[in-house]
Design a protein around this ligand. Structure first.
Ligand SMILES: Cc1ncc(COP(=O)(O)O)c(C=O)c1O
Length: 372
């Protein structure tokens, strides 16, 4: 039996019917760009995430880009982020004309190492962009303490962390803004591209609303060099329905992670995900480490278990970012992890039987078996 890496079509017939009705409603309403359905979803999602304002965008990359632009980040500035993230985090910084400064991650939680952030700060530093990688919140309390000391805004890359919490607070209630992606495979995924900035800052929300809509405050009132990056109305209609099932989907992901832990914890060569105390990890991805990652991945694929690598190349080894400063030099933890990490199947509805099957393949792939 093939086990997919994600199952994008797994919605129940009832949910599909609700989505079809919402799409039909949007078509009938005739507001195909922005309008009431986008506004309703912006409000609902921002509320769910702990923010007052939601500004829908074309995708998560643009959410990060326009949040940073909205804060005035520009050429000559430096922005601190993690060395191990999806390339889009660094691209968004570069689109502003600023330079990413890449901080190494912790060896167990894969999140930006907060003990290194101060070493990365220079007079040119204008923002910190922590990434809640794989669905686990970074240490926002420490990051906000450092940010306050140097008077820096904190723009969270929450593209993998819809519904993640720190204590009993959703992550967007921390920091200056949180940026989300609705790429189809995300915990809250559209049927195409989408993104959102969630913020509690009135002026930032206002600026981002203009930035995403050609720089207009009102029709033909241009106040800044703007862009065209709006959340599509049809996607907003779909996402409004799917939002109602997000918390339940996250619970199912957490249950799947728990079952993985039960059946994989005796595998000596496998490092399982570490959950930081006091946070709710929403397991966008279930990432393990293995010393012979490529051999294990090949074995899993051969046995019908689809897996992925997030990400095989740290940012400082990707062509446009090779000149970026790393802290410490070479970001050794992120660099080493890139050769060891493997993402196993993870999605709401992933059955215990499928997880058992993954565990069986891993069990038969001990280093000795792999070497043979
Ligand atoms: C950590 C991270 N940042 C940024 C993005 C960019 O989002 P999008 O693909 O919607 O542009 C993604 C998702 O793809 C992501 O996982």
């Amino acid at each position: 039996m093939t086990i997919p890496f994600v199952d994008l079509k797994a919605n129940s017939p009832e949910v599909r019917q609700e989505i079809s009705s919402a799409v039909q409603q949007a078509i009938d309403d005739g507001q195909y760009i922005l309008g009431d359905q986008v506004a309703a979803f912006e409000q609902a999602f921002a509320g769910f995430c702990g923010g007052r304002h939601g500004v829908g965008m074309g995708n998560g990359t643009e959410a990060l880009h326009l949040a940073l632009r909205g804060l005035g980040i520009g050429p000559g500035d430096e922005v601190i982020t993690a060395a191990n993230t999806f390339v889009a985090t660094a691209l968004a910084i570069a689109y502003c004309g600023a330079k990413p400064v890449l901080v190494d991650c912790g060896p167990s939680d894969y999140l930006i190492n907060v003990d290194l952030i101060e070493q990365a700060i220079t007079p040119k530093t204008k923002a910190i962009v922590p990434v809640h990688l794989y669905g686990q919140p970074a240490d926002m309390v420490s990051i906000l303490e450092i940010a306050a000391k140097y008077d820096l805004p904190v723009v969270q890359d929450a593209c993998q962390a819809h519904g993640a919490m720190i204590g009993d607070r959703p992550i967007a209630s921390f920091g200056t803004a949180a940026c989300y992606s609705f790429y189809p495979s995300k915990n809250l995924g559209a049927y195409g591209d989408g993104g959102m900035v969630v913020t509690n800052c009135d002026t930032l929300a206002e600026r981002i609303r203009m930035l995403r809509n050609y720089g207009q405050r009102a029709k033909n009132k241009y106040e800044m060099l703007g862009f065209n990056s709006r959340l599509d109305t049809l996607q907003a209609a779909i996402l409004s329905v799917k939002l109602r099932y997000l918390a339940e989907g996250n619970e199912q992901r957490r249950a799947a992670a728990e079952h993985y832990r039960e059946v994989l914890s005796d595998q000596a060569d496998l490092v399982l995900p570490y959950e930081r105390p006091g946070v709710t990890h929403v397991y966008h991805l279930y990432v393990v480490q293995h010393p012979k990652r490529d051999e294990l991945a090949a074995r899993l694929q051969a046995e019908g278990v689809q897996c992925g690598i997030h990400y095989p190349t740290p940012i400082h080894e990707i062509a446009p970012f090779q000149s970026c400063r790393t802290v410490p030099d070479g970001a050794p933890v992120a660099t080493r992890l890139a050769g060891r990490i493997l993402s196993l199947p993870m999605y709401p509805g992933l059955s215990d039987a499928s997880i058992d099957q993954v565990a069986n393949v891993i069990d038969q792939s001990s280093p000795v078996a792999i070497a043979g």
